[in-house]
Write a new protein. Sequence first.
Length: 276
Amino acid sequence: MNLAYRTTLTLIALGLFSGCDGDPAPKVASAPAEMTPLQRAEAGQALWKEKCRTVAGEKIYKMVSDVEGLVLLKVRPKAWEPEWADPMWPGAAFAREGTAENYINTFLGYEEAFASGGVPRPITKEYRGYINTSYKPGPKQYPGYRYVDVIDSEDKQRYRYILVHKPRPTSKIGWTDTLLEKSPAPDPAPRYGVTFEDHVIPEERALGVASSTVKVIDLETNEVLGEMLRYAWSTPASSANPSPWLTAYRCPDHAVGTGAATRKFVDQILIPRKEQ
C-alpha cells in the first residue's frame, strides 16, 4: 500500500476531512444562578490558573529534521465579532491565530526577530519572533516549510500551497508581491500532519474557560509526535470589551506573534529544511 493511499485512509479514520468538531447539538454556557459576575470571574480565573499549572503546555515526544512540507488536516475557519463574543465558540482558545489562508501562510513564512528600539532581539525557544511572508532575498535563518498540503473540505481533494514572489508590474521602485499559490497536490502526500481539536465543555465555558489541543502526527504510523494543550480565560462580552476572546489570558502563549502559535509549536517538532 503506497503512502498516499495509506494517508487517505488515515485521514478518514481520524475523521479529519470535516472542518467542524462534530458536536451533535449546540450547548449553552450558563454559570450557576447563585453566582454574581464577580464570583464567576474569580471562579473562572481560578480554574484557568489550575489548568495552566496542571495540564496545559507543550509536549514533544519526537523531533524530525529536514522537513520540506506537511499536511494541514484542518484549517482554522474565518471568524469575526460574533465568534469573538460567543462563550461557546469552538475556536476561542486560539482566537488571535490566523484563519483560512492566513493560517496556511503562517506555516510558509519565515521567522524574523522582533526589533525593540531598532535592535533585533535574538530568537530563542522562550522568546520567538514574528512570521513574515514578504519577499526577502537570500537564505533565511529560520525558514518556513516549502509547501503545505490541505484537504479541501468540499471536494475532499488534496491541494498544495506555496508562496511565490512576483514583481509588481505597476511599481517603479521594484516592489515584489507575495502570493499564495494553490494547485493539485502530487503524490506521495507528506508523511507528517498537523491537526487541532477545540474543546467545548459547558461547565468550563460557563466560567469563561476555553481549551484546544494541537497535535502533530506521523501519518504513516499514526504516532503522535507532539501535542500542545492551551487554555484561555476571559470575562463575558460587555460594552467595554465586546470581543473578549481576543483579550483573553492564554497558556501557553507567545509575547510576539500570537497569530502563529500553532506554527511555532509545530516547527519545534517538524524542523523545516534550511535554505541553501
